[in-house]
Design a protein around this ligand. Structure first.
Ligand code: NAD
Ligand code: ZN
Ligand code: ZN
Length: 340
């Protein structure tokens, strides 16, 4: 099969033939119908993820049809249309049994712990825990986004952040995660302030429900404090940036909640005195387990949430290496989908 292969960190990958995956016991193999280009793929390509072994095939935000079913998998058949959380949980550890598959200690991740979906085929381990059946009316390109960024934003805003109507939510970074978060928070009736350096991304944020958009600058903190009469209830770092973390924490009102979704491979120094004195909450958020998908799919089916609107660009496998490398210089506004 053809796949995007990273031979060396930070060097533009190549597209070449590699062996197709075969389904291990408990796993399925999918024909990849659509897969998203997420900044986490860029982190992996840059060498920020200790799980990756080179040569490597990235890609973790995916939807496809089942092409082969491994031993012991019941209830799933060749041809079924599916997606999977990028965190493929084991289903049997303490965290999984408590329903917290997003922090499974034995998790596998396509595109990180094994070869991912920038390819014609990809394996999904622990299939019965992780496969999510797609409604017939949901197209593959839209469904791919539900594998990572849309679902991650859904869990961060609703389950971890517990955002409620009338609260002010400042989203720093309006790419795939941030724009999804804008749409999801706006649907809850929150007042959404979107922050980005790219005016085109801010324009999209407004169309997905942001009531205010701010061009990121040293004045951002004061602007948010003025707009919210003393600080936002909730902030989100949807890029992964030390500067954003510092700005976000200063933009919160007392007892505010900060959602950390963007990856910070070099770590970050926190003003812990401020966290204590203002009782701020620092909340990490990681993906979303498969059992939480029905609520999100229902809101998509009803038209409350429109993840299809986030897609601004569709590219081929051959165009993917350059698109991945270009993430070093910024983000094409909206979500990019690859059709292998
Ligand atoms: N926690 C999780 O489970 C999880 C899941 C998915 C992605 N991620 C991480 O979330 C982050 C975002 O991923 P993405 O694919 O949405 O990224 P993206 O590249 O699509 O979006 C980043 C956005 O940030 C904007 N930006 C750049 N500099 C900025 C600044 N100084 N201030 C404000 N905005 C700025 C860009 O213009 C862009 O719109 C990445 O770190 C990714 O690895 C984490
Ligand atoms: Zn991702
Ligand atoms: Zn587990």
């Amino acid at each position: 099969m053809r796949a995007v292969v990273v031979e060396e960190y930070g060097v533009v990958p190549v597209v070449r033939d590699v062996p197709e995956p075969s389904p291990a016991a408990g796993a399925v193999v999918l024909k990849v119908e659509a897969t998203g280009l997420c900044r986490s793929d860029w982190h992996g390509w840059m060498g920020h993820d200790a799980d990756i072994v080179l040569p490597h095939v990235p890609g973790h935000e995916l939807a496809g049809t089942i092409a082969a079913v491994g031993a012991g998998v019941t209830g799933w058949q060749v041809g079924d249309r599916v997606t999977t959380p990028f965190i493929c949980a084991c289903g049997s550890c303490e965290q999984c049994l408590e329903g917290n598959q997003q922090v499974c200690l034995r998790q596998e991740q396509p595109g990180f712990t094994y070869w991912g979906s920038f390819a014609e085929y990809v394996a999904v381990p622990y299939a019965q825990v992780n496969l999510v059946r797609l409604p017939d009316e949901l197209d593959f390109a839209t469904a791919a986004g539900l594998g990572c960024r849309f679902a991650t934003a859904f869990r961060a805003i609703r389950q971890v952040g517990q955002v409620t109507a009338g609260e002010s939510v400042a989203i720093f970074g309006c790419g795939g995660v941030g724009l999804s978060a804008v749409m999801i928070a706006a649907d809850l009736g929150a007042r959404v302030i979107a922050v980005d350096t790219n005016p085109s991304a801010l324009k999209l944020a407004r169309s997905y429900g942001a009531t205010e958009t701010l061009w990121a600058s040293p004045d951002t903190v004061q602007e948010i404090r003025d707009l919210t009469a003393g600080g936002a209830h909730v902030t989100m770092d949807a890029l992964g940036s030390n500067d954003i973390v510092q700005q976000a924490l200063q933009s919160l009102r007392p007892r505010g909640r900060h959602l950390q979704v963007g990856l910070l491979p070099s770590g970050v120094q926190l003003d812990v005195s401020r966290l204590i004195g203002q009782e701020l909450q620092w909340l990490g958020s990681h993906g979303m387990p498969a059992h939480a998908y029905p609520e999100m799919l229902q809101l998509v089916a009803q038209g409350n949430l429109k993840p299809a609107d986030l897609i601004t660009r569709t590219i081929t496998l051959d165009e993917t290496p350059a698109a991945l490398a270009a993430l070093s210089n910024g983000t094409t506004p909206g979500v990019t989908i690859i059709k292998p």
